[in-house]
Write a protein that binds this ligand. Structure first.
Ligand code: XMP
Length: 328
């Protein structure tokens, strides 16, 4: 495994399955040589990078990879189930699933400040992961889904690199980062070649604090469910319309605001749901996806009829700037 953090100029861009298979073979040999019979621990979020690292490590060391999937209650509908199905059932991973929903939502109760919410989620994630690591014996390495842009941004001082929840320093593991010299598009090609499902490989970006930043203000379980259900409907309709994988990022937000409406002939004082769909190259500036009128009507109809507590749907036409992608 290349221990250097510099991508050699001679390194060919991985654009085809054939090149990906060659990369996979090389990485498996390198991982085996480095890790031997030791165990590797990996925080598996279900994102592209950690999923590809997990699949590579499973091929290289099998059950000596211990994957930990923390459900903090802020994941999208079906996500924890998909991680368990793909990795435990299909790939035979040694996967520890941690249901930490009550723990996270309890700590977030009544917290309205967005940065405080982010901080609580990040800190707690590290705590839960470290607690789990402390229970395990014989772990020497930590797998990480670091990719090349993380290294470049970290070196340029743009952002401190800390992957999925960050490495708890007191754990003192050695790192295994098999995709650290790859760009995102290459990671996807490798993921496809490893046989991971498209919905994992071409997954849209999803923030670490998850749906927590799409439930503005203090998170309540009922409003969080409204975010999760409306997001699932939006994703389903985008998939049917052939927009999944084409639009950069799309999601719903349910602010803590109610308006008067009518349901079943009765006054319904309920939340509104905002739909956001944006395109970008670098996330510094974003344009709004021009959703077709008929599609937007279908999404509105489904969300207002299928999601309890929502009586209106709005489409956000704000580019970045002046808006940011997320609402918090
Ligand atoms: P903003 O809202 O800053 O979002 O325009 C730009 C991109 O970053 C994602 N995002 C986050 N990702 N932790 C993350 O891992 C965060 O706290 C966070 N906040 C925003 C956002 O989804 C978008 O892709």
């Amino acid at each position: 495994m290349a221990d250097s953090n510099v991508r050699p100029e001679s390194m060919e861009r991985i654009t085809t399955e054939q090149l990906a298979l060659k990369f996979i073979d090389e990485q498996i040999a390198d991982i085996k040589a480095k890790v031997g019979d030791s165990k590797v621990l990996l925080a598996l979020s279900g994102g592209v990078d950690s999923s590809v690292v997990a699949a590579l490590l499973i091929k290289a060391i099998g059950k000596n990879l211990v994957c930990v999937h923390v459900n903090h209650g802020l994941l999208r509908k079906g996500e924890p189930e998909m991680v368990c199905q793909v990795f435990r059932d299909e790939l035979g991973a040694n996967l520890i699933y941690i249901d930490a929903v009550d723990r996270f939502l309890g700590l977030l109760e009544g917290v309205t400040d967005p940065e405080k919410k982010r901080h609580i989620i990040g800190e707690e994630f590290i705590k839960v992961f470290a607690e789990e690591a402390a229970k395990l014996e014989g772990i020497r390495y930590l797998g990480q889904g670091t990719i090349y842009p993380d290294i470049l941004e970290s070196e340029q001082g743009i952002k401190a690199h800390h992957n999925v929840g960050g490495l708890p320093p007191e754990l003192n593991f050695e790192l295994v980062e098999p995709v650290k010299l790859l760009y995102k598009d290459e990671v996807r090609v490798v993921g496809k070649a490893l046989g991971l499902p498209d919905k994992m490989v071409f997954r849209q970006p999803f923030p670490g604090p998850g749906l927590g930043v799409r439930c503005p203000g203090a998170i309540t379980r009922d409003r969080l469910e409204a975010v999760r259900e409306s997001d699932a409907i939006l994703r389903e309709e985008f998939e049917k319309a052939g927009l999944a994988g084409k639009v950069w990022q799309y999601f719903t937000v349910v602010p803590d605001f109610k308006s008067t409406g009518i349901k079943d002939g009765k006054r319904a004082f309920e939340w509104l749901c905002i739909v956001r769909a944006i395109n970008t190259v670098d996330v510094v500036e974003c344009t709004v996806e021009p959703i077709e009128y008929d599609l937007m009507c279908r999404i509105t109809d489904r969300i207002t009829h299928e999601v309890p507590g929502i009586n209106r749907v709005l489409y956000d036409y704000t580019p970045k700037p002046t808006g940011t992608v997320e609402y918090e």
